[in-house]
Write a protein that binds this ligand. Structure first.
Ligand code: SF4
Length: 273
């Protein structure tokens, strides 16, 4: 039987990031005694989220295929199986509103754009990398991956997350790969966080970490060894302590509010009406 976990003491990169983005949103999502337990009811699926899920899901399914079956035709089949809505996972395409689409034309446009990203991935990639870790093939329910990676950080605190892929070099060191569907340059702290998570989980050294930008087909590789493990641990712990010591979770309005599931109940917007 699985041990009952205290999820309030488990921190992921995205959880820490949400606190920086807006403390009020963080509070709604993780701490509010009335809202947090029913947060799924507030979830609104957006087109870019469906696209992100589909790209990651299709790539995962593709790597679960035997090497000889890793063709572009089969990658397209993987995309069909990965085209689903988080809020209605059993709905068959077209997903319509459940996928964040306002018309069939809109959904088709996003689908073909998703296919373009997968084409970039296919052209970019060695189709038979030395895979060390892959997310579960059960792409509609990847929470097990997160649970399996929960690892102690310090005292009562734990960290976890989800890897897109980890390869193993011949010398036994690891390479972390994160697939990006957006154009925004990502935060270096993310790779440091994932390096620590991998090293604590697998007890192997991480040599490099890379972002694969699928929109333009470019790879950005980082040598992650220049920051000591203890230093990364300290950075994460400092962020956790700030959150744990926060008493007032104030709203921080920005253009990102338009993408926030809690906008309708946010006091920052109630006051403006
Ligand atoms: S609507 Fe904006 S200010 Fe309010 S919780 Fe969401 S992100 Fe924060």
């Amino acid at each position: 039987m699985k041990k009952k976990r205290d999820f309030s003491k488990i921190y992921s990169y995205s959880k820490l990031g949400l606190f920086d983005k807006c403390k009020k949103q963080y509070h709604f999502y993780y701490l509010d005694p009335e809202i947090a337990p029913i947060k799924k009811q507030f979830k609104k699926q957006r087109d870019y989220q469906t696209k992100g899920l589909a790209v990651h899901g299709a790539i995962t399914l593709f790597y679960h295929l035997p090497v000889q079956d890793r063709t572009f035709e089969n990658l397209k089949e993987c995309l069909k199986n990965a085209w689903f809505s988080e809020i209605e996972p059993d709905k068959k395409p077209p997903l319509g509103k459940a996928g964040g689409f306002n018309s069939l034309k809109h959904e088709r446009k996003v689908y073909y754009n998703t296919l373009r990203l997968l084409k970039n991935f296919f052209n970019l990639e060695d189709l038979n990398p030395s895979l060390f870790f892959l997310p579960t093939a059960n792409i509609k329910n990847s929470f097990d991956d997160y649970e399996n990676l929960i690892t102690p950080l310090s005292g009562e605190f734990f960290i976890s997350g989800k890897f897109d892929r980890i390869d193993k070099f011949e010398d036994g060191t690891l390479k972390i790969i994160d697939f990006k569907t957006g154009r925004k340059n990502q935060d270096r702290f993310q790779l440091d966080f994932y390096r620590l998570l991998a090293e604590l989980n697998f007890d192997l050294k991480v040599k490099t970490a890379s972002f694969y930008y699928l929109d333009n087909g470019k790879i950005k590789e980082f040598d992650v060894l220049n920051l000591g493990k203890e230093k990364i641990k300290e950075q994460i712990l400092n962020k956790i302590k700030i959150i744990e010591n926060t008493k007032e979770f104030l709203p921080k309005t920005s253009p990102l509010c338009n993408h926030c599931d809690f906008k309708e109940i946010c006091p920052a917007f109630e006051q403006k009406d």
